[in-house]
Design a protein around this ligand. Structure first.
Ligand SMILES: [Fe+2]
Length: 250
């Protein structure tokens, strides 16, 4: 009986298919049943979007490093700040420069966390801003200040790289700019920022291992050298003018 045979065949085939599919279905459902990652707490702080794709700075900084650094590391500082701001709403309504410039005004219960997480938010916001594909060279007033205060471009970059290499553990190497426009190379540990002692960062490079380890491993010196290919000098020039005008934020 062909039709019965066919029904039997299809029935059997369906049974086999169902049997074969079952483990896959169970498997497919398993991740959905697992606890989802907790959404980042909403609040007044947000990671600023990059003005370029994650892979835009390759080969100097690889796309995966940029993605993890921007979305997860900076994201964690922002998430922590939003958690702190729930119980301390004034944190979200104050200028970042005011808070970082007056950390001692904060209660002891949040001072350390604000220093680390708001410092990290400020540092990384600056960092994404002063990079761009294509790099370029300093010119105009910034170049004149580099020549005057830092011994010229070549010496400046050599000294900056050496300072970044000497920073023990995690931290940053900055060019700070004073109100009169004077430049200096300075390092800070952890997520400290020159705003904390009344200065401003004109530019800075992140020497935490999370900034380079996927591609450079322990070769921080190679990362520091390659990083110059990513510096957005036209943005640095804007920051320099703003610093002299007293309007530079983070
Ligand atoms: Fe970082």
């Amino acid at each position: 009986m062909p039709s019965l045979s066919r029904r039997h065949f299809f029935g059997a085939a369906a049974g086999v298919a169902a049997f074969a599919a079952a483990p896959r279905l169970v498997f497919a459902q398993a991740p959905a049943a697992a606890p989802a990652a907790a959404p980042a707490p909403a609040g007044p702080f947000a990671v600023p979007p990059l003005a370029y794709p994650f892979n835009a700075l390759e080969p100097h900084i690889d796309a995966k490093t940029m993605e993890i650094h921007h979305d997860r590391h900076h994201g964690a500082y922002v998430a922590n700040l939003n958690t702190i701001a729930k119980a301390n709403p004034q944190l979200g309504t104050s200028a970042i420069t005011d808070v970082l410039g007056n950390l001692n005004a904060l209660g002891d219960d949040i001072k350390f966390a604000v220093r680390n997480n708001l410092g990290g938010h400020a540092n990384h916001t600056m960092f994404w801003e002063i990079m761009a594909p294509g790099g370029g060279k300093p010119e105009g007033e910034v170049l004149a200040a580099i020549d005057k205060d830092l011994g010229g471009l070549e010496k400046f970059q050599t000294d900056f790289n050496a300072a970044g290499g000497r920073q023990f553990g995690s931290g940053w190497v900055f060019v700070t700019v004073a109100k009169d426009g004077k430049l200096a190379i300075e390092t800070r540990p952890n997520q400290d920022n020159p705003i904390m002692d009344g200065k401003r960062a004109l530019l800075g490079n992140d020497v935490w291992e999370h900034a380079y380890y996927l591609n450079y491993q322990n070769r921080r010196a190679d990362y520091l050298k390659a990083w110059w290919n990513t510096v957005n000098w036209s943005k640095v020039a804007e920051r320099y003018a703003a610093a002299k005008a007293g309007t530079l934020g983070v």
